[in-house]
Design a protein around this ligand. Structure first.
Ligand code: GCO
Ligand code: MN
Ligand code: MN
Length: 387
């Protein structure tokens, strides 16, 4: 811990597409050469990651022949076995190929929707074979530029039919696989459907097998919408739906930055790590980010090591916060509760009568200072390393 060395129990994972990102952006071409999935696995092992996740086409080119596909999977398995890396999550690329330019499950064209289903079924089979326990759906192109093109309620209906189809498939195959839905407000479409983790949680409740479906919230995506990511993760946790998490960083209101974890908004990320550690989240801590475009592959390793190291530093800061006597004394005061109103935790007619008969010192309670300035300053001092 003192050296912030990643351990298997930290469950730090990276996508093939993260450290394998070649630095293309809308204004410029690649700045790094493509490296093979096998090389990526070795790079991740070198920096101390626990696992690697993938999209079907990060591993197998969309037009690979069956022979090529078999060879690629074989080589990948050898790399996993040699390095001991796990492959806990798989996902389908339903956004890069031009066929998906108007979405996959929400496309107006039934052929596109059917092709997307076919692609997902295949990725589920291969993913399970490689060891995946979580299957992520990120609807990269499920959205619009013009709402003249689609009915937004139909789009949600189509998305629901798709997820219901896949949960039935997983059940029929007796796979040990859970589904995690990832929200994003925009980019690459002008507006994406089901734009926030909260929207996803509402949607899950309408599915045929809600128990098999949770969320994969991403720091950057809630930040793009100007939302408090930790609150979204906490709501998902409360609902028993935090199946996976995409860690990275991002300033509010910007393009999809996908920065190194902790690179931009350290205080938010501190409260996130503290939350995950306090509640005992035990799933993958997946870094869905990529190195700055300025970097070569040594810089990519710095990036990957930095994600994990910052997480572990923030974890230690959370322990420090939890052990700080002054902070804990303030919290004890703030959270004081003598149980006098426990009768309101469940409704009863008797409770209502009792409540009606109770007098409150409204002015006195409203006048009392809460010491949150002091508490926040102490938090900042823990973060800045002076406590
Ligand atoms: C993004 C998304 C993706 C997904 C990935 C796995 O903004 O590009 O976060 O990286 O997480 O497709 O579903
Ligand atoms: Mn993202
Ligand atoms: Mn993501």
């Amino acid at each position: 811990m003192v050296n912030y060395v990643p351990k298997p129990e930290d469950r730090f994972t990276f996508g093939l597409w993260t450290v394998g990102n070649i630095g293309r952006d809308p204004f410029g071409g690649p700045v790094r050469e493509v490296i093979s999935p096998v090389d990526i696995v070795h790079l991740l092992a070198e920096v101390g990651a626990y696992g690697v996740n993938y999209h079907d086409n990060d591993l197998i080119p969309i037009d690979a022949s069956p022979d090529e596909e078999r060879q690629i999977i074989k080589d990948f398995k050898v790399a996993l076995n040699t390095t001991g890396l796990k492959m806990p999550m798989a996902t389908t690329n339903l956004f890069t190929d031009p066929i998906f330019k108007d979405g996959a499950f929400t496309s107006n064209d039934p052929r596109v929707r059917a092709y997307a289903y076919q692609k997902v079924l295949k990725t589920i089979d291969i993913g399970v074979d490689l060891g995946a326990k979580v299957f992520v759906f990120w609807g990269g192109r499920e959205g619009t530029e013009t709402d003249a093109s689609k009915n937004a309620a139909d789009a949600v209906k189509r998305y629901r039919e798709a997820i219901n189809f896949f949960t039935e498939y997983v059940i029929s195959q007796k796979y040990d696989l859970r589904i995690a839905l990832e929200a994003k407000p925009n980019e690459p479409r002008s507006d994406l459907y089901l734009p926030t983790t909260g929207a996803m949680l509402g949607f899950i409740a309408t599915l045929d097998h809600p128990e098999m479906v949770g969320v994969n919230p991403e720091v950057a995506h809630e930040h793009m919408a100007g939302l408090n990511f930790m609150h979204a993760a906490a709501q998902a946790w409360d609902a028993g739906k935090l199946f996976h998490i995409d860690l990275n960083d991002q300033l509010f209101g910007r393009y999809d930055q996908d920065f190194r974890f902790g690179a931009a908004m350290i205080k938010q990320n501190f409260f996130l790590v503290k939350f995950l550690e306090d509640v005992g989240y035990s799933g993958s801590r997946h870094f869905d980010a990529h190195a700055y475009r300025t970097e070569d592959y040594e810089g990519v390793k710095d990036f990957a090591r930095g994600c994990m190291r910052t997480y572990l530093i923030l974890k230690e800061k959370a322990q420090r916060f939890n052990a700080d006597p002054e902070i804990q004394a303030l919290l004890a005061e703030i959270h004081a509760d003598d149980g006098a109103f426990d009768y309101l935790k469940a409704y009863s007619a008797e409770g209502v009568a009792r409540l009606r008969a109770t007098g409150f010192d409204r002015v006195g309670i409203g006048r009392k200072g809460l010491n949150y300035e002091r508490l926040d300053q102490l938090t900042i001092e823990v973060l800045l390393g002076v406590r």
